[in-house]
Design a binder for this molecule. Structure first.
Ligand SMILES: Cc1ncc(COP(=O)(O)O)c(C=O)c1O
Length: 411
């Protein structure tokens, strides 16, 4: 069983510090360092589990690092949305009392067999009749399997659209439900409104579509899975409170004709782990307002470029044996990652201390989601050092708005 105070047992975990500045003072690290806040992860998980009227499945793809899994488990998460056999194995080995759900709509046959036979997985997602047939064959036609049909939904106001690649149309979804139910399986419906979804009404709209599918299919749903997509704050992007989402979900669910014993699930990733880590990078060179740093698009920071998300940032400056946090006199900067590829650029404006220079460190907040998990070792750069820190999550604040945007707002 994991301990309440997460233990850091891997070789790349190198200690515990009051905050990122103390870590820099102690280590003066040449490589990027993830500063993990297990207490923040535990608290976020606990609040989400307490607030959501159903089961909370953590979307492991967002961050599968063992210390994150441990902390979420300590915060009350017992269900895990997994998309591959390695994810299922990672959860099963670490957290023997957890349940995994195979939520990728396209699965390898061997992975279905191993999930069912070796890991006791009983819930599988489909969005096509051939995938349903595959699951039936590979699980030996066992009727203890629950088939969850993934419905495509409109993108709405999400930063990432997840509807283009997966999801059945309402008619196809109804047919899949009928076929699976007719074959003797319990069935459910799922969807994903898109990641970092800024409008609670997107869930109501998706559930309205689900209600339409239920009318077409006329089969009892055992599960309604409203997916992930719950947003977190980035600079210039403040989402509505969680309560607004829960109200919108309740309004949507009330429109569906559901049997008394149905379950409601959600699959959050970003909302559970983003605030649980910051990343400390080092400035290797400054050219005007361009900073060359030691992590980038091929490492932890692809969301800066491809999603245009503005993560909170602050400069940590070593001065003798102390490290100062530079918190005023800002300028706007763009960032280059460490690889030789010109794609490895994160265009700003990022608001940082105007005199930032080589040897300074930059702490980047909200770095627990879709960062560590997306690393590559391209060009030999692979951030892999973790420490634990004890301070509050590093979140965006008004001063982080780019100067340009601030002055426009003042006009
Ligand atoms: C099926 C599924 N569920 C849940 C998630 C987690 O989404 P989010 O991090 O936006 O909550 C994803 C993300 O890609 C997903 O594909």
């Amino acid at each position: 069983m994991p301990l309440e105070n997460t233990t850091f047992d891997q070789a790349h975990h190198t200690g515990s510090y009051p905050d990122a500045a103390a870590m820099v003072a102690a280590l003066m690290p040449e490589q990027p360092v993830y500063c993990v806040r297990p207490h923040v992860l535990r608290g976020t998980a606990r609040r989400f589990v307490d607030a959501f009227p159903g089961s909370v499945l953590y979307a492991v793809k967002c961050n599968a690092e063992p210390m994150f899994l441990d902390a979420l488990h300590a915060g009350g998460i017992r269900h895990f949305d997994t998309a591959s056999l390695p994810e299922i194995s990672a959860v099963a080995e670490r957290l023997p009392d957890a349940s995994c759900y195979f939520m990728h709509p396209v699965k390898q046959r061997g992975a279905i067999r191993a999930a069912y036979d070796d890991h006791g997985v009983r819930h599988f997602v489909v969005d096509h009749p051939d995938e349903l047939a595959k699951i039936m064959t590979e699980t030996g036609y066992s009727r203890d399997v629950v088939i969850i049909v993934r419905l495509a939904t409109a993108r709405g106001a999400a930063v990432y659209d997840l509807g283009g690649k997966f999801g059945a149309s309402p008619r196809q979804a109804a047919e899949l439900l009928e076929t699976a139910h007719g074959a003797g399986y319990r069935v459910g419906l799922s969807f994903h409104v898109g990641s970092q979804c800024m409008t609670p009404g997107s869930y109501t709209a998706a559930l309205r579509l689900a209600a339409h599918v239920v009318e077409l299919a006329r089969v009892p749903l055992s599960v309604v899975d409203i997916g992930g997509g719950f947003p977190v704050a980035y600079v210039g992007l403040t989402p509505p409170p969680l309560d607004d989402y829960l109200e919108a979900i309740a309004a949507g669910l009330s429109q569906i004709d559901l049997p008394g014993d149905h379950e409601v699930w959600c699959e959050p990733g970003r909302a559970l782990v983003a605030a649980g880590a910051s990343l400390v990078v080092r400035v290797e060179l400054r050219k005007d307002n361009f900073l060359y740093i030691n992590d980038g698009v091929y490492g932890s920071l692809s969301d800066l470029k491809y999603a245009g998300l503005r993560f909170p940032m602050r400069v940590l400056r070593p001065e003798g044996s102390r490290v100062e946090v530079l918190a005023d006199d800002f300028g706007d900067f763009s960032l280059f990652g460490p690889t030789c590829d010109p794609v490895d650029v994160m265009e700003g404006p990022y608001r940082l201390a105007a005199d930032v220079r080589e040897g300074d460190y930059i702490e980047i907040g909200q770095a627990g989601a879709y960062t560590i998990e997306l690393r590559t070792d391209f060009n030999g750069f692979y951030p892999d050092r973790f420490v634990e820190v004890e301070d509050d999550a590093f979140l965006p604040s008004d001063e982080m708005e780019p100067c340009q945007r601030l002055s426009q707002a003042a006009e």
